[in-house]
Design a protein around this ligand. Structure first.
Ligand code: HEC
Ligand code: HEC
Length: 351
């Protein structure tokens, strides 16, 4: 759990220190992955860890392996139920999760709420086909976005140029912290000093990462590295390229803006949806979901306040929300530089 808390918390205040001792069903998960599943439990049921887990009153230490609470035992039966239903009824795909039934409540509704609201008439197949035919092609939606941010050269710059930025980061706890962000060659680094100190640095790259802070230097490797990199990438604006299979799947209104939703899965277990403003062409939202054995884990990024930075229109306000409070934050950039070289030495872990 230690690794998980450091990685996913991303400057958050959560600190869990344990090892896996009594995990009977959720086996084969890294500490980070198990932690993310636990966060998803709390979010799906609208509870805290202590609904299921025991905390020693005197030492204030968590005893996560302890099975004393009935809720934990019930939760284990529920894990079994979810694993079985996905295996037997959904060809082993992650379809059902705790949220499917619980919807943010400890006790799911056992009946429909009355009175039943008016139900719209069933659409005929012809109507549905006609509706889908009116959707634009995903590649045209992407092209409109590229034009909106400044054209092909601007999109290429956004995707590949080194970046140096300054921002204010407001975490889930409401505290603001000035940060510096650096990006180069697929690596990301963030530096900041929280109010309660000391300075913290996080670096994530394709070959792993490291972080420094109160607990010294920690290296991030293996499966956790990929997930850590994904959480750093959650702040990245869309670079204009869509996978071959991407297509428009519907429309939705976000804060009064009509958007086209493009489904653009990253791989079999990582789904992605991009919401393009139908008028301006800009991306307003991205939702990435990762499969876990007991439900999909979502991360949502909202992009706002697009402004010019070195000839590219980029969002100056980026809000990331996930099932873990520490992972959720708003970044408001005060300056973004694209193209100025970044000294790659800074990505090396301190000794
Ligand atoms: C709805 C109940 C529930 C909630 C809420 C919950 N857990 Fe769990 N947790 C479980 C169950 C059940 C297991 C055992 C899973 C298994 O046996 O496969 C478990 C296992 C764990 C373990 C592994 C313990 C060991 O055996 O070594 C840790 C650590 C953990 N949880 C941390 C957390 C944290 C941190 C939170 C809050 C963010 C949390 N849990 C919230 C039900 C819950
Ligand atoms: C198929 C629907 C369904 C799914 C999926 C589901 N649950 Fe439940 N769960 C229920 C129902 C229904 C109840 C309440 C049973 C009752 O009222 O007797 C319940 C009760 C519980 C309780 C006891 C709550 C209390 O008030 O004591 C816990 C804890 C729980 N579920 C955890 C989970 C977790 C964790 C998951 C995901 C691994 C999950 N459930 C997935 C339907 C579901």
């Amino acid at each position: 759990m230690r690794k998980f808390a450091l990685v996913i918390a991303l400057f958050g205040a959560v600190a869990v220190h344990a090892e896996q001792k009594n995990v009977q069903l959720l086996t084969n998960l890294s500490d980070w992955q198990l932690g993310a599943v636990m966060d998803n439990f709390t979010a799906s049921l609208g509870v805290h860890c202590d609904t299921c887990h025991v905390r020693n009153e005197e030492t204030k230490q968590w005893d996560f392996p302890n099975d004393a609470k009935q809720e934990k035992k019930t939760a284990r039966e529920m894990i079994r139920l979810v694993l079985d239903v996905n295996e037997k009824s959904f060809h082993g795909h992650t379809v059902v999760g705790c949220y499917t039934c619980h919807r943010g409540k400890e006790s799911p509704s056992l009946m429909v709420a009355l009175p039943v609201p008016p139900i719209p008439p069933t659409k005929s197949e012809a109507e549905e086909t006609a509706e889908r035919k009116a959707y634009p092609a995903a590649k045209d939606v992407a092209a409109k976005y590229v034009a909106a941010i400044g054209g092909e050269a601007a999109a290429k710059k956004l995707a590949t140029a080194p970046m140096t930025a300054k921002a204010s980061r407001v975490g889930g706890n409401g505290q603001a912290m000035p940060i510096e962000v650096y990006r180069s060659g697929g690596k990301f680094m963030m530096r900041g000093t929280p109010a309660e100190g000391p300075a913290m640095t996080q670096m994530y790259g394709p070959e792993g990462g490291w972080m420094t802070g109160r607990q010294g230097v920690h290296t991030i490797t293996g499966g956790d590295a990929a997930t850590a990199l994904a959480s750093a990438r959650a702040y990245e604006p869309f670079d204009g390229t869509l996978p071959e299979k991407a297509r428009v799947v519907g429309k939705e209104t976000i804060d009064g803006h009509e958007t086209w939703i493009v489904g653009a899965s990253i791989d079999e277990h990582t789904r992605q949806r991009l919401y393009f403003d139908a008028t301006t062409g800009l991306v307003l939202r991205r939702v990435v979901s990762m499969d876990s054995p007991v439900g999909r884990l979502p991360t949502q990024t909202d992009f706002d306040d697009y402004r010019d930075a070195a000839g590219v229109k980029v969002p100056f306000t980026v809000r990331v929300a996930g099932v873990n409070g520490g992972q959720s934050a708003t970044r408001k950039y005060t300056s973004i530089d694209l193209g100025a070289p970044v000294d790659e030495k800074m990505f090396e872990a301190p000794k």
